[in-house]
Design a protein around this ligand. Sequence first.
Ligand code: ADP
Ligand code: GLC
Length: 484
Amino acid sequence: MKICFITSECEPFVKTGGLADVCGSLPFALTMLGCEVKIFLPFYDVIDTQKYGLKPVKGIEDVKVNIGEKIVNFSLFTCRLNDSYIDVFFIDCPEYFHRKKIYTNDKDEDERFILFQNAVLISLQNLKWIPEIIHCNDWQTALIPAYLKKNFYGEDMFQKTASVFSIHNIAYQGLFDKSSFEKTNFPAEDFQPMGPFELNDLFCFLKAGISYSDIVTTVSPTYAKEIQTKEYGAGLEGVLVSVEDKLFGILNGIHDEIWNPRTDNLIFMKYCESCFEKKVENKEELLKKTKLEFKKNTPLLGIVSRFAWQKGFELFEPIIKDLLLKNIQIIVLGEGESRYEKFFKKISEAYPEKIATFIEYNNKLAHQITAASDIFLMPSKYEPCGLNQMYSLKYGAVPIVRKTGGLADTVRDVDEYGETGNGFTFEDFNSRCFYNTLLRALDYYKDKEKWRKIVKVGMNEDFSWNKSARKYIEIYEKAFEKVK
Ligand code: ADP
Ligand code: GLC
């Protein structure tokens, strides 16, 4: 089966969050199961052309695309994904993709990804590569299912191509003024109140993806249910309920060559479940980078995250001082919304011997914190899947999470599940519940034998992509049935 993956970020080329991990690892698992996969990405200037050996694709240079009244040129570049047979294609359009950040609030944000999606379809035509499935991810790629269904590029080329649209986060919807619709080149009359492109009088990319794709997926079974409710649906719950029969939740996997303490070259000391005693050397070394003193029996609590509203960091504010009175240390790595950056910086300045904060994006440090921590914190308000709790489980850092989305599907509370529990969960989104759960975990930590058992269950979890990739193949087959 030929699968075309379209995404706005992909490891190792460019990453802001978990979407990049997924797009850089699921294609490998699919090729292992016999699929032919190609990936399309925008050619942002942060992508290291030399390192990855990007080369221009002959014959796809300075291709003109209409973006409403405007004519924009793009060219195509390509390279292989690591040592695989996966071709990665990059849509080069410096006018749009050479910016300070890969996602912007610039007034042409809509145009950037309209160009991207048009350019992908034009490139496929030029490459004469007709996939059975185009797998789109998030709003930046959500118009493609509509382009396909409306036979926009004609010539019947995509008649037997089905689209699968994956929602990694319902809160990012690609909402623009309705005047933006003209730039898509769809007929103006396609934009109708309550129609597939409209949400609250705005043009909504995400709604188009949900409406026109043959199958919609999201990244965990629990999130697939949650987004059909008012609390989690971000205004699209009604649309999602109406497509319930084509909506599936498939849990993300993890790339076990990249996130594996046995082989991880980024950490100070490799370890595994049967040589777990070596893990502590990671804590010792990491703490040297901070003002925190290494104390063997003081649990280190780790956080690695985008600082976004979704992640629930406001839960710390009312409890942080009480928490810091306990026998614990905290290490935080994150960047994003300034209120959270300021909060963690300030508290680290006030309690330098208890908490250290790194405000940056740093992949190596992310691995080192995961390896060093005894406990990993993810009190998310919502979490479509979440990868960090799976990484922490594999690294023997016991997760404390809010029971939502993918966190609910991967972390089992020891008080509820007994011997098969792998972490600690709380349901109500409030600081008191979070705090009580932290205290429960700290109590368990004091009993080394009990703790070791919890760690063991986590480290033995199977989060490899193989299982989920098989589910994607089933979904692809279902989608393909619809266009065959
Ligand atoms: P989300 O995609 O919502 O940010 P996920 O848990 O799915 O959440 O994935 C986050 C990914 O980004 C993980 O690979 C995590 O290690 C990485 N990450 C997040 N913040 C940072 C950071 N400040 N530095 C390095 N890596 C980070
Ligand atoms: C989104 C979600 C995260 C998920 C990731 C990959 O960024 O916030 O929960 O793990 O996408 O699917």
